[in-house]
Every structure is written in structure tokens, then in C-alpha cells.
Ligand binder design. Structure first.
Ligand code: NDP
Ligand code: GDP
Length: 326
């Protein structure tokens, strides 16, 4: 029997990778898209004739219930969120509505429509915030440092709570930063690789960044969506850290990206204190040994290869743009 999966956030970075992965696994893939005056399906353009898109919104309970009744999925992947940390200080209530309460809306809809649905929640390493230990594992206490991280902590615990209260097959993936050529351009990795491509091709002369001394555990989005799927194929629902176990600074990321095109980063980077955050997460590094042991999951793309992949893709894209293509 063909399995049906519903992905919220299908127009985002992870949604695009997960949709492609599930199609390859033989799934019928459905996606929630919110209404917008301009289309935001650029990342899934190449898949649109093989997937089913439905208008719905994490802010609207009845649209979610209606969607589950229409699609009748066996698996739901909740990737939708207001996912950018700085925006969460500018729009804290919207962030809570979507990133926190949105999770309860879906869980309630699952409980009412079909409690047999398996549910994945995209939780975040940002929940660890001011870290209590290193590396962070599934038992490390949270200390969220932004409205986004607080909302994600709610989403994580409500997922655990619906599993414990109602016996739902609900899993939380505590995912460390993961990037790709499809990453949003406001996130630091893509902001840098896009700028490197523009500078190399003469379309820009510098990039403004915030603090360079913070460290993150950066992995490849294509690897992370495989972990999401594996979680929903287990006998029992559980929570897993998904990470690479390696941390690097933004400074290293910048140097590596510029070196890829033979440039020296110091000449092109300007520090803009306006980009500093009201409360910073200085370092994150994940211990994914549970995912390796239980799911058999491992990352396949290392940090250097990831940055090279992103710089190369941005070079090609900017070249096309400059040549007048799309
Ligand atoms: P993106 O920001 O690329 O995608 C977010 C998605 O959510 C988009 O499809 C967006 O739609 C959708 N969305 C936003 N608001 C709503 C709403 N009200 N109703 C329905 N859909 C909505 O995120 P990523 O793909 O990078 O991340 C996927 C998930 O994983 C997110 O929940 C994120 O917080 C989490 N995560 C990501 C990490 C990472 O490093 N990438 C790390 C840890 C967790 P639209 O296109 O219309 O804006
Ligand atoms: P986050 O870990 O989800 O917040 O992912 P980001 O890619 O947005 O940020 C990672 C780290 O890079 C954070 O600690 C930021 O403070 C730092 N950083 C430094 N300069 C920038 C910048 O110009 N943009 C962004 N987004 N982050 C920056």
C-alpha cells in the first residue's frame, strides 16, 4: 500500500528535501501551503507535478482538521514555523502562535481525526541556549535564549505530552543547525555563501555580519530529513538529537567560504553591531549517539564539503542571474 505523508512547511528548506526523499521512498506526498499574494514554492518547483499542495495555515485550527480529513495521511511532519531567531524578537507573538501553539493545533487535529497518525516535530538545538553541558544530548536541560527558542521548547514538550497523555506516536527531533543551497538567505551560512558568490562575480563588494565568535554544529539538510523519516519508522515513538558532533565558529565558516573562491575574507567582511542579538547562543554542539544507536543514522556531509557545496551552487545561481536568466 502506498503510504501518504503530509508535510507542513513544504515550501521551506527542509520541506523541499523531505518531499524529494519521501517521493523516492514511494510515498504519496502532500504539503500544506499558506495563502500568499505571491507564490513561495520556488524550492519545490521541480516537484510540483508529483506532489499535492493544499491551502491551510498553522494559525487556523479548522483548516488543519479539514486538511487531515481530506488527505488521511499515515505520517505528518511538522516543519512549518517562524524559524528565524532575530525575527522572533520583532514578532514574538506571531512566533508563539505559529512555532509554539501551531504544534498543539496539529496534535489536536491528529487526536480528533486519526490518533493512529505518526507525528514528527521539528525541534531545535536553540532550546539548549546557554548550554549546561557539552555536547548536548536528549537529557541536557533547556535554557532558551530567544522567543523562537522558547516557542520551540513549548513545541517539544507539547509533543512529548501528547505522546504521554494520549499515546500518540509523536516524536521530537532536536535538530542542530542544518544548511544547504536551499537555506534561507538570512541565515548566516547562506548569507555568507551568497555574498561570496556576488563578490567573486563583481556584483557586491562586502558583506555585513554580526558576531563571528559564536560556534554552531552545522550539518547538511539532506541528511537531517532522513533522520526525521527514520524516527517515524521505529516500533516506539521517542526523541532524538540530530547533529554532526562537530562545532565550528562563524569566523571559520566565513574564511572557508571565501577561500573556496580564492579570496581573503578579511578584505570583504564588515562587522555591524546592529546584527548582534539581545541574547546570544554562544556555542552549540550535539551528541547524536542515540540516533546512531537506535536509528542507525549518521551524517554523510562534513562541514567543509557543505560550505563548498553551498558556495558552488550560489556561484552558478548568481552567474545565471547576472546573465539575465532566472
Ligand atoms: P524555513 O524557514 O525554510 O521554512 C519554514 C516553513 O514554514 C515555510 O514553508 C513557511 O512557509 C512555513 N510556515 C511559516 N508560517 C506558517 C504558517 N503560519 N502556516 C503554515 N506554514 C507556515 O525552515 P527550515 O526548512 O530551515 O526548517 C524546518 C523546521 O525545522 C522549522 O520548524 C525550523 O524551525 C526547524 N529547525 C530548523 C533548523 C535548521 O537549521 N534549518 C534547526 C532546528 C530546527 P512560507 O514559504 O509560506 O514562508
Ligand atoms: P540560528 O543558530 O538558528 O540563529 O542560525 P543563524 O544562521 O541565523 O545564526 C547562527 C549564528 O551566527 C548566530 O549566533 C548569529 O548571531 C551569528 N551571526 C553572525 N552574523 C550573522 C548574520 O549576519 N546573520 C545571521 N543570521 N547570523 C549571524
Amino acid at each position: 500500500m502506498t503510504k501518504r505523508a503530509l508535510i507542513t512547511g513544504i515550501t521551506g528548506q527542509d520541506g523541499a528535501y523531505l518531499a524529494a526523499f519521501l517521493l523516492e521512498m514511494g510515498y504519496e506526498v502532500h504539503g500544506m501551503v499558506r495563502r500568499s499574494s505571491t507564490e513561495s514554492s520556488e524550492r519545490i518547483e521541480h516537484l510540483t507535478d508529483r506532489i499535492h499542495l493544499h491551502q491551510s495555515d498553522l494559525l487556523d485550527q479548522s483548516s488543519i482538521v479539514g486538511l487531515l480529513k481530506d488527505v488521511r495521511p499515515q505520517e505528518v511532519y511538522n516543519l512549518a514555523a517562524q524559524s528565524f531567531v532575530p525575527t522572533s524578537w520583532l514578532q514574538p507573538l506571531l512566533t508563539s502562535e505559529v512555532t509554539a501553539l501551531g504544534v498543539t493545533r496539529i496534535l489536536e487535529a491528529i487526536r480528533l481525526v486519526d490518533p493512529a497518525i505518526r507525528f514528527f516535530q521539528a525541534s531545535s538545538s536553540e532550546m539548549f541556549g546557554r548550554v549546561r553541558e557539552e555536547p548536548q544530548n536528549e537529557n541536557t536541560p533547556f535554557w532558551p535564549r530567544s522567543p523562537y527558542a522558547v516557542a520551540k521548547a513549548y513545541g517539544h514538550f507539547i509533543t512529548v505530552n501528547y505522546r504521554e497523555s494520549y499515546g500518540l506516536f509523536a516524536c521530537s527531533g532536536i535538530m542542530f543547525n542544518h544548511e544547504s543551497p536551499l537555506r534561507g538567505k538570512e541565515f548566516v551560512s547562506r548569507k555568507v555563501t551568497d555574498a561570496v558568490a556576488r563578490i567573486k562575480l563583481g556584483a557586491a563588494d562586502r558583506v555585513r555580519l554580526g558576531t563571528l565568535d559564536v560556534e554552531r554544529d552545522w550539518g547538511f539538510a539532506g541528511d537531517f530529513v532522513r533522520a526525521m523519516w527514520l524516527m517515524l519508522q521505529q516500533k516506539e515513538p521517542d526523541d532524538f538529537v540530530v547533529a554532526t558532533g562537530q562545532k565550528h565558529s562563524v569566523r571559520e565558516l566565513v574564511a572557508l567560504a571565501f577561500a573556496r573562491v580564492g579570496l581573503e575574507s578579511a578584505r570583504y567582511v564588515e562587522i555591524d553591531k546592529a546584527l548582534y542579538r539581545p541574547a546570544e547562543v554562544n556555542r552549540l554542539c550535539g551528541d547524536f549517539s542515540k540516533a546512531r544507536r537506535v536509528l542507525g543514522w549518521e551524517p554523510t556531509v562534513g562541514f567543509e564539503d557543505l560550505i563548498a557545496m553551498m558556495v558552488d551552487a550560489d556561484l552558478e545561481r548568481v552567474k545565471r542571474e547576472l546573465a539575465g536568466g532566472c
